[in-house]
Ligand binder design. Structure first.
Ligand code: MRU
Length: 348
């Protein structure tokens, strides 16, 4: 059972995903700045896992506050939130978790709690965010598993597994684990996911550890496999879903969705409601992270591309809602029109 982020009395423990699958090493992050570094430097990655980590980061920073003045404490919580929010721009779970922790602070303050009590309340809420995330993935696995047919091969892109969430299930991999738990025979094709290779390093590792059959392909092979009838469904996670159902996910997801439509293959997105951003009306307002060109020009420390070449490294793309067959959340299966179906899930 994989749980990539944990709370301990020494600080936040993170499985260093930069080293997987060759090394399983845990880091102890003792300050909120360390947690921010862990998110920015990809020690932890994947939208829900980033949210859980940020919540623990706020709790950790609160615990380290030494003053006696409640206003100073509040300023410190706001500042910690700002530092954590600057780490990565696309996964909305980061901002969702920081906002929730700040609201928890405000409620505790309004209830007249002391600084020491508020520190404990914040830690309890970070742990609740973590537990709720795992429970959401369990429900996503249950609902999503129903959509997968027996004896099918499912293609996934990037890593949307336990490593990318609070743990145990995952979102896209949760759906696959759910189908397996329901007794279905399911094989997975994992896109390697250039340039950071989350598919090759993380998805392949997770599924292999769980004895779920997985075949690794390069990103440019999926069309060929679809054309040969070797893929029956696509399931991916998401970093942010707009109110109209446009889906931001790892770069290359849009290409897969277009190919899936061309071959009449269902394209499912699995994500908790903490990934749905009703403040973004469409995918056009989702900020897309751009990352260091070295991820493309180099493999590890070896330069492959010519010096001085121009490089663009968008980390995410947006799949328009019309290519999405269904969005699976902890509340069930939402279908088009998403503006209504997603909003309804928040109200239920
Ligand atoms: O850059 P990353 O590794 O954080 O990107 C992760 C993804 O794009 C995942 O597919 C997404 O966060 C869904 S995780 C359940």
């Amino acid at each position: 059972m994989i749980i990539p982020v944990k709370w301990s009395d020494e600080g936040v423990l993170m499985l260093d995903q930069r080293l997987l699958p060759t090394e399983e090493k845990w880091l102890t992050l003792r300050t909120y700045n360390d947690v921010a570094m862990g998110i920015k430097e990809m020690v932890v990655r994947g939208a829900p896992a980033i949210g859980v980590s940020a919540a623990y980061g706020v709790a950790l920073g609160a615990r380290q506050f030494v003053g006696m003045d409640l206003t100073d404490f509040e300023d410190e919580i706001d500042y910690i939130g700002e530092v954590l929010a600057k780490t990565r721009p696309t996964a909305v779970n980061l901002f969702w978790a920081i906002d929730r922790m700040k609201r928890t602070f405000q409620r505790a303050k309004a209830d007249g709690k002391s600084i020491e009590e508020i520190k404990q309340i914040l830690l309890d809420d970070a742990k609740a965010i973590h537990d709720e995330d795992i429970e959401s993935q369990r429900l996503i696995a249950e609902f999503g598993g129903e959509l997968i047919e027996n004896d099918s091969t499912v293609l996934t892109h990037c890593n949307a597994g336990a490593l990318a969430t609070g743990g145990v299930w995952g979102t896209a991999l949760g759906v696959i684990r759910g189908a397996v738990k329901q007794g279905k025979s399911v094989a997975v094709v994992a896109d390697e996911t250039r340039p950071y290779l989350q598919g090759a390093r993380l998805t392949a590792w997770e599924l292999h550890e769980d004895d779920i059959p997985v075949t690794l392909i390069t990103d440019n092979m999926s069309g060929h496999l679809m054309k040969k009838g070797q893929i029956q469904a696509v399931v991916v996670g998401s970093d942010r879903i707009a109110a109209n159902g446009d889906v931001a996910n790892k770069i290359g997801t849009y290409m897969v969705a277009v190919l899936a439509r061309r071959h009449n293959i269902p394209f499912y997105v699995a994500a908790p409601l903490s990934t749905v951003d009703l403040d973004c009306p469409t995918g056009d307002s989702i900020p897309i992270e751009e990352r260091d060109e070295r991820e493309i020009t180099h493999v590890k420390d070896v330069r492959l591309a010519p010096e001085g070449i121009s490089v663009t490294n968008y980390a995410f793309d947006v799949t328009p809602n019309e290519l999405v067959t269904a969005i699976i959340t902890e509340k069930g299966v939402a279908r088009a029109p998403y503006t209504e179906s997603l909003r309804k899930q928040f109200e239920d």
